[in-house]
Design a protein around this ligand. Structure first.
Ligand code: FBP
Length: 331
């Protein structure tokens, strides 16, 4: 079933269907660029940095521009907050029904090694950006109307939720259309696989040290079974593995940069991924509270992200509450 047919079938919100179709088109254009690799200068670094102080890749900017152009063309979006811009880009259609927050190119450090990258989108209702300005983007994740990521791997995938389950679409490169290939995916409640950047271990809070140490002790330790570890340095790829075969993804708070509450951004990484995971039966917390319940206070705010299999996230929440001195996720 083609994406557009699926949308007409499951969603009565025509505006949202139009928006999702334009996100898909942006994904098709970005995928075409990525497939050209160095021929398109995909791996080139810019001299500019984004608001996070990260050196921008040429493709970060191109992906941002392609996504902004498609969202503007949809005529149902009033403005876009992007990882690549300090402030939201507001469109002429200020009264349009939706706002979008996005990470146009996630995992861009993988480009230089021809690795998997993605794009992440969060769709919010427009609660009055014409008067509120960028404050209108500061809505809790539970208010999202849709969330999606594009995965640019061996196949190009679009993973989508409109709040009724999480579904996977595969791009047919011949017809340039996304076809439904998995409907209502479910994450197993139990798992023996975790993903974390272990090089940060010495900076973790005691709760995280305990959880990972118990996993590494495996069958000889309190967990009584062996655990496997994976880390792709691309949130899209790590989360897709969890939606496909289970597991947990962990980017906890660490004291490497104590002022920073975490590495990942709440509005265009943590919130959309949390909605996709929760709609697939998983959970996501910042250590103590559900990420989708967090009231944002700045556009590029960072949070700790612990998401995936329900039983492991509940265990991590317990360890963090026991570990009373673990800092909360507010800047
Ligand atoms: P950006 O590439 O959009 O900045 O995303 C952040 C990210 O690359 C995530 O995709 C990934 O999970 C994480 O950072 C990798 O972090 P690290 O470099 O510490 O392994």
């Amino acid at each position: 079933m083609q994406l557009e047919v699926f949308l007409e079938k499951v969603s009565v919100n025509h505006g949202l269907n139009v928006l999702v179709s334009h996100l898909a088109q942006a994904g098709i254009e970005i995928a075409a660029l990525i497939r050209q690799g160095a021929l398109q200068g995909v791996t080139e670094k810019m001299t500019s940095t984004n608001v996070q102080g990260e050196t921008q890749m040429k493709l970060d900017i191109r992906s941002h521009e392609l996504a902004v152009a498609q969202l503007r063309a949809s005529a149902v979006v009033a403005g876009v907050l992007s990882e690549e811009e300090d402030h939201p880009v507001l469109f002429e259609t200020l009264d349009a029904p939706f706002l979008v927050s996005m990470d146009p190119l996630d995992g861009s450090s993988n480009l230089a090694i021809n690795g998997v990258v993605g794009s992440i989108f969060s769709v919010l209702p427009n609660i009055g950006v014409s008067t509120l300005g960028e404050q209108a983007f500061l809505q809790p994740g539970q208010d999202q109307r849709a969330a999606a990521y594009l995965m640019y791997g061996p196949a190009t995938l679009m993973v989508l939720t409109l709040g009724q389950g999480t579904h996977v679409f595969t791009l047919d490169h011949d017809s340039n259309t996304f076809m439904l290939t998995q409907q209502t995916v479910q994450i197993a409640e139990e798992t023996s696989e975790f993903a974390i950047n272990a090089s940060n271990q010495r900076y973790w809070a005691p709760a995280m040290q305990r959880y990972i140490s118990e996993c590494l002790q495996g069958a000889d330790g309190p967990r009584g079974r062996d655990f496997n570890m994976r880390w792709c340095a691309s949130m899209v790829m790590d989360v897709h593995r969890i939606l496909t075969r289970g597991g947990v993804f962990l980017y906890p708070h660490d004291r490497k940069q104590p002022v920073r509450a975490g590495r990942l951004r709440l509005l265009y990484e943590a919130n959309p991924m949390s909605l996709l995971v929760s709609q697939a039966g998983g959970e996501s917390i910042d250590g103590k509270q559900p990420i989708l319940a967090i009231q944002p206070d700045s556009c590029h705010q960072r949070v700790p992200v612990l998401l995936g299999a329900k039983q492991e996230i509940q265990r991590l929440r317990e360890y963090h509450w026991q570990d009373s001195d673990h800092p909360q996720a507010t800047d």
